[in-house]
Ligand binder design. Sequence first.
Ligand SMILES: [Cu+2]
Length: 139
Amino acid sequence: MTVPRTRRMLLVAAALALTAAACGDVDDPDVAQTGTTAPRSIEPPGGGGVTIVAKDTAFDTITLDATVGETLTITYDNRDDGIAHNLRVEGAAGGDAKTDIEEGPTTRTLAVSFDDAGEVTYFCDVHPRQMRGTVTVSP
Ligand SMILES: [Cu+2]
């Protein structure tokens, strides 16, 4: 007699635990919602975005991917204090796309698109040997 009774109590305890867990699940979304702020996004709507950091007269990113006809938005972050850099992307639709040559720190955005598949080069006009990379444009 004592064994079934113990089992029954364990079942009741288990059921209570499940109920408590279920209540916790119901409460969680409310807690998450009250703690959630408005979504923030630095990405422009509808376009792919990448960041290139210029530091110590070098790019941190030397390969990029793009697709013909799609806009690639590049955030160019020159972190070299007092050193002038820019970003020029050769072979973009309508001619080279480039930012102004400016001393850092400065951040600029460059939106580029490509009419043809293949590989194109990007570089800094001031330091074209040290600071350069390749965009692979897919059809
Ligand atoms: Cu440079």
